[in-house]
Design a protein around this ligand. Sequence first.
Ligand SMILES: NC(=O)C1=CN([C@@H]2O[C@H](COP(=O)(O)OP(=O)(O)OC[C@H]3O[C@@H](n4cnc5c(N)ncnc54)[C@H](O)[C@@H]3O)[C@@H](O)[C@H]2O)C=CC1
Ligand SMILES: O=C(O)[C@@H](O)C(=O)[C@H](O)[C@@H](O)CO
Length: 310
Amino acid sequence: MKKITVLGAGIMGHGAAQLFAQAGKNVSIRARRETSLEKAQELITNSFEVMVEKEMLTETEMEQALARITYTTDLLEAIRDTDFILESIPEVLEQKLDTYEIIEGEVSDKTIISSNTSTFPLKELTQRAKHPERFIITHFFNPPQLVPIVEIVKTEQTAENVVNTTYDLMKEIGKSPVVLNKEITGFIVNRVQVAMLREAFHLIEEGVATAEDIDIAMKGSMGFKWAFCGPMESQDLAGLETTQAMVGNIMKDLSNTRDVPSFLSEMVENDQHGIRTNQGFYNYDDHGEKAIHTRDDHFLDLLKLQKRKE
Ligand SMILES: NC(=O)C1=CN([C@@H]2O[C@H](COP(=O)(O)OP(=O)(O)OC[C@H]3O[C@@H](n4cnc5c(N)ncnc54)[C@H](O)[C@@H]3O)[C@@H](O)[C@H]2O)C=CC1
Ligand SMILES: O=C(O)[C@@H](O)C(=O)[C@H](O)[C@@H](O)CO
């Protein structure tokens, strides 16, 4: 695997391009607009600089990695002679299907096409594919250059060599891949995340706690534990009779809504998109630049600690 193509230069695309380049791959990243590419280049450079500050990368390694990335608005140029495509365009099914249709007509039989979708099952993504066996999902987490896990999702149509090659590639770039036994909307993590968010949103709607209080409570409890002791392991350590009582007492009282909360839809309608518009659950004045820097600084410390413990 020499050349990697990343389609989409947004929140995930730029981090994925950085990750592959850091691992020694030549990367072509494609966006539709020059301005998106310029922004991506700036974010990648900033992120590498934090790694250099924290002595996880030398200045020379940063320069070499930056030199491995080419930026283009030309889709055909981006996918020319590529070995592996990571599609990271918005979570809109039609846009993804249209993109696959174009690229499938251009790339070699050996090229693997993967999607970074957060939600769609691979069956839906391959509904118009000529060669569904070459498609796979590699679901990275934000920021992909730092978060260790990648969920790999296949169908019974996915070729075994595609799964194996993708798995090996993820290992090669330093990730810990988890291959799902069968596909399901939202995979493992986003199903659990959405179940938790449903309840957190319910608590906000009911006036039990503010968004800020929920963040404080979760960061200092489950957030603190889960990096080293997962939710299942934690139950063993707590005692399963207590888990049984807790689940029995609380489950019946939890929100079981199937709707997106109206306050969230109103926020999006009112241009409160998070860092993109400087307003979300919190306010920003720099499109999240400081928040991203602080987050990455902490995540790099955690990564260092995890590596020491391995
Ligand atoms: N934001 C997140 O935390 C995560 C997102 N994902 C998934 O990754 C994918 C990308 O998400 P984000 O990076 O957040 O989106 P984004 O909106 O930040 O970036 C999307 C990029 O794709 C470009 N784009 C739009 N249509 C395109 C097209 N037809 N062809 C090529 N480029 C196009 C946009 O200009 C933009 O640069 C989605 O499938 C999303 O569900 C996965 C994990 C985490
Ligand atoms: O946290 C993440 O990176 C993932 O769970 C995602 O796929 C989601 O898109 C998430 O960021 C949105 O909350």
